[in-house]
Design a protein around this ligand. Structure first.
Ligand code: HEM
Length: 219
C-alpha cells in the first residue's frame, strides 16, 4: 500500500513512517469518524436537553440558551437527524476498528494496576502522554467505558423512541420510566466523560494537533 493510501486508511497500523519525516498517528478514517461523532453528540445532547425540558424527570430544567431546537418538535427533529449520523458513523468506526485489529492492538490489554497508578497521576495533572500512538491505561479504560455508555444510550433511546416495537428491551430496562432514567444517567456520564476528555486534551495539546492533522513530525 502506498504512503498516500496508508495516510488515508491506516488500516489499523499506527506505526507508519512517510519519507522518514512524518509518523502517522491517526489515519483519516479515524479522524473523520471522531469529529463527526463529536459534532453529532453535541447536537444529540443539546437537543436532548430541550426534549427533557418539555417533561422534566427532576425538579430542574436545562437553560434554554444551551438547549437546541427552539421548541419540542424542533428538538425532536434535530435529535432524530443526528441519531442516524451518530449510528452510521459509530457502526463504521466500530467495524473498521474490529476488522483491522486496531481494537485489540490499541485498546488492550488494560492493566487495572496501571489504571490505578495513572489515575493518581491524571488527578494531579502529571500524567505524561509522550508517545501519541500509544494510549495510556486510563485512556484505554475511558474509551472502552464511553463505547459501552453510548451503547446504553442507544438501547435506552430505542425504548423511548419505539417503546411498543421493542418490548423485550423495554422489559430488560425495567419499563419505560426506568428507560428514561437510564437514558438520562447515560447522557450525564457522556457529558462527564467529554468534560474530563477536554481537560486531558488541554493538558496534552499536541494530541489535539494530531487528531486534527493525522501525523506528527518525527522527533
Ligand atoms: C470538541 C470535543 C472533542 C475534542 C477536542 C476531542 C479530542 C480528542 C483527541 C485530541 C483525541 C486523541 C487523544 C490522544 O491522542 O491522546 C481524542 C480521542 C478520542 N475521543 Fe475525543 N474529542 C472531543 C469529543 C469527543 C466526544 C464527544 C467523544 C465521545 C463521545 C470522544 C471520544 C473519543 C474517543 C473514543 C477517542 C479515541 C479514538 C480512537 O483512537 O479510536 N471525543 N479526542
Amino acid at each position: 500500500m502506498g504512503a498516500a493510501a496508508h495516510f488515508l486508511f491506516g488500516w489499523g497500523t499506527p506505526t507508519v513512517m512517510v519519507n522518514n519525516q512524518q509518523v502517522i498517528v491517526h489515519p483519516l478514517w479515524l479522524r473523520a469518524t471522531h469529529w463527526i461523532n463529536a459534532a453529532g453528540i453535541l447536537v444529540m445532547v443539546s437537543s436532548g436537553w430541550r426534549i427533557y425540558n418539555a417533561s422534566p424527570l427532576f425538579p430542574f430544567r436545562f437553560p434554554e440558551e444551551i438547549a437546541l431546537g427552539g421548541w419540542l418538535a424542533g428538538a425532536l427533529l434535530w435529535h432524530f437527524a443526528a441519531m442516524w449520523l451518530v449510528a452510521v458513523n459509530g457502526l463504521f468506526y466500530l467495524a473498521w476498528n474490529l476488522l483491522s485489529g486496531r481494537m485489540v492492538s490499541q485498546f488492550l490489554p488494560i492493566s487495572l494496576q496501571q489504571v490505578r497508578i495513572e489515575l493518581g497521576q491524571a488527578l494531579r495533572l502529571e500524567l505524561m502522554h509522550p508517545e501519541l500512538r500509544v494510549y495510556n491505561a486510563v485512556q484505554r479504560l475511558a474509551y472502552l467505558c464511553v463505547w459501552i455508555d453510548i451503547a446504553v444510550l442507544v438501547l435506552s433511546g430505542l425504548v423511548l423512541w419505539k417503546s411498543v416495537q421493542f418490548p423485550i428491551l423495554r422489559t430488560l430496562l425495567g419499563g419505560y420510566e426506568m428507560a428514561r432514567l437510564v437514558h438520562f444517567a447515560a447522557m450525564a456520564a457522556l457529558v462527564g466523560f467529554t468534560l474530563v476528555h477536554l481537560v486531558m486534551v488541554a493538558v496534552a495539546p499536541r494530541s489535539l494537533l494530531v487528531m486534527l492533522r493525522g501525523a506528527r513530525s518525527r522527533s
